[in-house]
Design a protein around this ligand. Structure first.
Ligand code: UGA
Length: 430
């Protein structure tokens, strides 16, 4: 058992804290947001992540929360930095919250290892080590230990990782951090700090590239009558390619891919290298969100003004309440710009949209959103939405047009019900 302090009670911090406690460690979670800490102490979850509340409840005796840095750092042998690193206007990562953590580190002795889980540009660890040295903090060692958690399955991903990456100057530090994970059945990659940082960026950028690649293949499939689902299946069986992240759709979103692809491109640019491939990955993704407008116009006519369009799903993917960089936001904004009446429903992610896009009418159910709609777009493939009573939907819609933005619906059945169905890259020649 080790004593672990986790700084930041967002997605990464809360999952790290709960899973570290589940692995038997004594964990103190720290967040500067006092109200959030109070809610956590009262057993309320500030985020919606499947299985997390239950895991926290089950490990209550090994898990406490505070907003007081002194209390948080007092006993921690390992101090995990899990604060967010949002993009700045230039596309760089904003590291101000990380520097705040460094400023609050305790000056007194007692050896500790500072472990960065937040995604940070390559070179950040070196800068942190230089800062620690400048402060004379010889009692604090440093390790990079990037996270590879997906929202919606973060607890499962933490407890069943494909690999654990630990990067430090000294292999003894890697060993010690690796020991925290010894109860997990996963290879531990020990490396230097810069390589650990790069593994995280390169992994996210590669996955985003896979998605933009298959989305472009989907667009060519549409022009040629091929079916991208079969193409992806045929490609994915090649072990060198693999089946994952080849699901064509209306673009990737979330707090990670858009931010990290842009940050890696920026990092390369700042280092004098023009990362052309990532420029294309980003542009393809932006265009992919907007292609839905063309699809709607093909079925409804060029004039979308006054047409009622139902968006089903707003979260950037199912099983999360996160709408950051969600395709729904761009799509809704484009539709509003065309003069359409946009109605929307999401099983959990409506609060954020209320403030962001007040002109979107939010409905309390999918059925309500579909009432009198001229078309509907499946934006997020929530099970609840895929499993709707589509015969009933057909009866209440003004015109039965479905754009399936995630190729998640049963096209044959919907067509049999009288719908005009269009997916992404599934043999709908332009
Ligand atoms: C992603 C990575 O998958 C994690 O490994 C990483 O740790 C995390 O970012 C992070 O950096 O913190 P996440 O953003 O939660 O995780 O979501 P993903 O499941 O990767 O999906 C991202 C987006 O890609 C979603 O909008 C999803 O709909 C889209 N996607 C995914 C596709 O369009 N097609 C696919 O085949 C897969």
């Amino acid at each position: 058992m080790s004593r672990v302090t986790v700084i930041g009670a967002g997605y990464v911090g809360l999952v790290t804290a709960a899973c570290m406690a589940e692995m038997g460690h004594q964990v103190t979670g720290m967040d500067i947001d006092q109200a959030k800490v109070e809610r956590l102490r009262a057993g309320h979850m500030p985020i919606w992540e499947p299985g997390l509340a239950e895991l926290m409840e089950a490990n209550r005796e090994r898990l406490s929360f505070t907003s007081d840095p002194t209390e948080a750092y007092r006993d921690g042998e390992f101090i995990f930095i899990c604060v967010d690193t949002p993009p700045t206007y230039s596309g760089d990562a904003d590291l101000s919250r990380i520097w705040q953590v460094i400023a609050n580190l305790p000056p007194e002795d007692g050896t500790r290892i500072l472990v960065t889980k937040s995604t940070v540009p390559v070179g950040t660890g070196a800068a942190i080590r230089a800062e620690l040295a400048a402060k004379g903090y010889r009692h604090i060692d440093y390790c990079s230990n990037p996270e590879f958690l997906r929202e919606g399955t973060a607890v499962h991903d933490f407890m069943n990782p494909d690999r654990v990456v630990v990067g430090a100057d000294d292999s003894a530090i890697c060993e010690r951090v690796g020991t925290l994970y010894q109860s997990l059945d996963a290879p531990i990659i020990q490396t230097d700090v810069a390589s650990a940082e790069m593994i995280k960026y390169a992994s996210n950028a590669f996955l985003a590239t896979k998605i933009s690649f298959i989305n472009e293949i989907a667009n060519v499939c549409e022009a040629t009558g091929a079916d991208v689902r079969t193409v992806a299946h045929g490609m994915g069986l090649d072990k060198r390619i693999g089946p994952q992240f080849l699901q064509a759709g209306i673009g990737y979103g979330g707090s990670c891919f858009p931010k990290d692809v842009s940050a890696l491109k920026q990092l390369a640019g700042n280092s004098g290298y023009h990362f052309q491939l990532l420029t294309a990955v980003i542009e393809v993704n932006e265009l992919q969100k907007r292609r839905v407008i063309g699809k709607l116009k093909r079925h409804l006519g060029d004039e979308l003004r006054g047409r009622r369009i139902a968006l089903l799903g707003l979260a950037f993917k199912p099983n999360t309440d996160d709408i950051r960089e969600a395709s729904s936001i761009v799509l809704a904004s484009r539709l509003l710009a065309e003069g359409a009446v946009v109605v929307a429903y999401d099983p959990v992610a409506m609060e954020g949209v209320r403030g962001l896009l007040p002109s979107v009418t939010l409905c309390s159910s999918a059925d309500q959103a579909l009432q009198d709609a001229d078309a509907c777009v499946l934006v997020t493939e929530w099970a609840e939405l895929v499993g709707l009573d589509w015969a009933k939907a057909r009866a209440v819609m003004a015109s039965p047009v479905i754009i399936d933005g995630r190729n998640a619906l049963d096209a044959g059945r919907l067509r049999a019900l009288g719908f005009t169905y269009e997916g992404i890259g599934v043999g709908n020649p332009l």
